[in-house]
Design a protein around this ligand. Sequence first.
Ligand SMILES: Nc1ncnc2c1ncn2[C@@H]1O[C@H](COP(=O)(O)OP(=O)(O)O)[C@@H](O)[C@H]1O
Ligand SMILES: [Mg+2]
Length: 273
Amino acid sequence: MSDEAVSAREVESGDDPDSIGTSWVAEAGRKLRAHSSAEPMIRAEALERTFGSGSAKSRAVAGVSFEVMPQEVVLLFGPSGSGKSTLLALIGGLDRQYTGQLSLFGKDLATLSDKELSHLRGERIGFVFQAFHLLDHVSVLDNVQAPGLFANPPLSDAQARARRALERVGLADKAGARPSELSGGQRQRVAIARALLRQPELLLCDEPTGNLDRQTGESIIDLFAELHAELGTTFVIVTHEHRLDRIASRTLHLEDGRLVKNETSATNAEEDA
Ligand SMILES: Nc1ncnc2c1ncn2[C@@H]1O[C@H](COP(=O)(O)OP(=O)(O)O)[C@@H](O)[C@H]1O
Ligand SMILES: [Mg+2]
C-alpha cells in the first residue's frame, strides 16, 4: 500500500466498527515508515548462552552470528534440544545471561537497563508460544487486553485494541467466551491476538503450530502470512516442521547450539532485495 493510501485511510478511520481493519493497517503503516529498512532489526554476534557450571556446563547457544532485517520471516529450525527456544528467549530480551553481542532495533541490549529492556519488549515485540498460557477464568477479551492493562503506563485503549486484534484473527464473536470453550486453533488465535495488542514490529513465535492438528496448523501459518503481508510484521519462528518453509524468507538451521546453515529461501526472499 502506498503512503497516500495509508494516510487517506487514517483520515477516514474513526470509532465505527467498519474502520477496525483500516485503522489497524494505518498504524502498522506508520510504524513501518518510521523504521529504517537498511538497519538490521536483530543483530547477533558470537552469541552464547551456557547453563550449569563445571563439568555440568552446557552450551545451549554456542556462538551464533546472524542478522534479521525488518519484514523478514526467519525460521529457527533444528531438532529438539538444538537451542531454538534458548535463542528465541535471548532475541526477545527475556534472558540476559549471554555473552557476545546482541542488538535489537539498533540498540545493544547490554547497554539497556532492565526497565528500558522491558519497555522495549512491551512496545515493540510480541510473543507467541506453543503452550498458549491463557487465563482460563477470564474471558477471551480480558486475556487479549491483559498485557495492555498491566503495562506501565497502562494502555487507555486496551479494550478497543483487544477488540481490533480479535477481529484481525477472526475471533470477534468469541470475545466473551472463556478460553476453555474454544478449540486449540482458536486458543492459538487468541494468543496471537494478545501478542498483536500493541502492534509489535517483531513477532517471536516458539513452535506456534506444535500443539495443533495439521489443518489447524495450516490456518495459523496462513494467518502469519496475512499479518506479514498486511502489517509488514517481522517474524522469527521456532519450528522443527518443514511446512512453515512456504512463508519463510530465510531459515537459520541450528544443531547443538551452533548455526550450521543460514539459508535464504528462493521463493519468499523478495524482502531481501
Ligand atoms: N533452564 C535451563 N537449564 C538448563 N539447561 C537448559 C535450560 N534451558 C535449556 N537448556 C538446555 O539447553 C539445550 C537447548 O534447549 P532448548 O533451547 O530448549 O532447545 P530446543 O528449543 O531447540 O528444543 C538443551 O540441551 C536443554 O536441555
Ligand atoms: Mg524449544
